[in-house]
Design a protein around this ligand. Structure first.
Ligand code: TYD
Ligand code: MG
Length: 455
């Protein structure tokens, strides 16, 4: 029997034990697993499933109609790119208790109501527990079948009996194949079982949702191997202790990535938040220094977010700089720009930056609002609550243009803001004439801070 050492974090394989995985850099993740060399070559397994086995002209390939099915949950459809594609494999990841099973069961209900047969395979919770959740969600549908199983063959057999349109595996880490010698939950097992489920999904056009736990490293166990096998990867973001949940598409073969759906955990499961900008701004207190509103983009959707900053003279030799929901290094750079280019002193100050609502901002278009919040706190002067800021800030203190400015301006106008400060290069004639809101173009961060009275 051949064995290999497999990294439990990223799936990297080597012939000998290593303390540190050379692929992902994690320590102590190598575990010896038996390798099963099967007779069927790996690349033959899904042969013929995805399309013709002979070369054909691209123009001859007809896209199938009604391939996409709405989940009946608008925010989720948006993340999926319009709905679940028949026969696709969707991986839903997130921390324990964040709502993966809840959301998936809600999807089962909606699809079952639309006539789909559903098989929910639970490897973690008992039938009673599942029923309790279903009762809580007021789900009572005889098209939903339940199977408490962890062995792959049992699951495939269950699928043969029910012939479902939608198959849910809760969770993929609990599934194992008795034909493989490695331990349940190990990377080899998860990978092999996923490959088998992929084959099932593609050959029988069964839409499959795999629920996956996130490891302590913040990724789904065997993430790289799983992520490239499935069609779509959705991650839950947000804190379990906060009521809102964000579902983000990190990979999507059938839609754009980075699209987010915003939900609120309520008594009857996850409810859609239809106006996320308003939701994220709802806790704002006007007249307090250190707060500014940024117009960001999440996928294709504009989102207004409150940036909060707090600066205070540090009692220590080394000041603290703590960012929540924002890149720490970018904060350091912006603090330096603030001092050197805009003349607002930040040396010797503890600085805390927070994106209210707990969202993580990845795009640099929020830079200008971050600077405004920081300057406002240092100067202890509130920014007028009527302003929204957009713009990337460079090392020279210049304000650089951002993408899709109209979308951001429209969102600010829709939420009743009066003024938008934006990069000069973004202010074209057309944008000026179309905007139903006052626009102020700036070349430098200093100009923006002067405009706000916090320079
Ligand atoms: P769950 O979906 O089981 O999380 P996961 O499958 O990701 O581990 O449930 C998440 C939490 O949500 C759980 O602590 C209970 C809570 N919850 C509600 O607040 N309202 C509800 O209607 C339901 C079903 C769960
Ligand atoms: Mg669960």
């Amino acid at each position: 029997m051949k064995t290999a050492f497999v990294c439990q974090n990223c799936g990297f394989e080597t012939g000998r034990w290593l303390g540190r995985c050379p692929s992902c850099g994690q320590w102590n993740t190598m575990v010896e697993e038996e390798r099963v060399v099967k007779k069927t070559a790996r690349n033959q397994r899904v042969r013929g499933v995805l399309g013709p086995t002979r070369p054909v002209k691209l123009t001859e390939v007809k896209s199938r109609q009604n391939l996409r099915q709405s989940t009946g949950i608008g925010e989720l459809d948006r993340v999926l790119g319009g709905g679940l594609v028949t026969g696709s494999l969707v991986l839903v990841g997130g921390e324990p208790g964040i709502g993966k099973s809840t959301l998936t069961l809600q999807v089962c209900d909606r699809l079952a109501r639309a006539g789909a047969r559903v098989l929910y395979v639970s490897g973690e919770e008992s039938a009673e527990q599942l029923n309790l959740r279903a009762e809580r969600l007021k789900i009572d549908n005889d098209k939903i079948h339940l199977l408490c199983a962890v062995e792959l063959d049992e699951i495939v057999e269950g699928a043969n009996i029910v012939e479902p349109n939608l198959l849910v595996i809760d969770s993929v880490q609990s599934v194992f194949s008795a034909r493989l010698a490695s331990a349940p939950g190990s990377v080899s097992q998860v990978r092999e079982c996923t490959a088998e489920l992929l084959r099932l999904a593609k050959t029988r056009a069964i839409t499959t949702i795999l629920i996956g736990h996130v490891t302590k490293y913040g990724a789904i166990a065997g993430p790289k191997t799983l992520e490239h096998m499935v069609d779509t990867v959705l991650y839950f973001e947000g804190e379990r202790f906060q009521q809102y949940r964000i579902v983000r598409a990190v990979k999507n073969r059938f839609g754009s990535t980075n699209e987010i759906g915003v939900f609120e955990m309520g008594d009857a499961g996850l409810e859609e938040v239809n106006n996320p900008s308003q939701f994220f701004l709802s806790g704002r207190r006007p007249g307090v220094s250190g707060s500014a509103v940024a117009a960001t983009l999440e996928g294709t959707r504009p989102l207004l977010l409150e940036i909060q900053a707090l600066a205070a003279r540090t009692p220590y030799a080394l000041p603290q700089r703590v960012a929540t929901g924002f890149d720490g290094r970018r904060l350091s750079m912006l603090l330096c720009v603030l001092e050197r280019r805009a003349g607002v002193p930040t040396t010797g100050q503890d600085v805390f930056l927070n994106i209210a609502g707990g969202l993580k901002i990845q795009e640099p278009a929020a830079d200008l609002a971050v600077l405004a919040a920081l300057a406002s706190s240092v100067r202890n002067t509130p920014v007028s609550p009527d302003f929204v800021l957009v713009g990337e800030v460079g090392l020279a203190g210049e304000v650089r243009s951002v993408s899709r400015i109209e979308t951001r301006i429209n969102e600010a106008a829709r939420l009743g803001f009066g003024k938008v400060i934006l990069p000069r290069r973004n202010l074209t004639k057309k944008i000026k004439s179309d905007a139903g809101i006052e626009l102020s173009a700036v070349d430098t961060a200093r100009q923006a801070l002067e405009m706000l009275g916090v320079s």
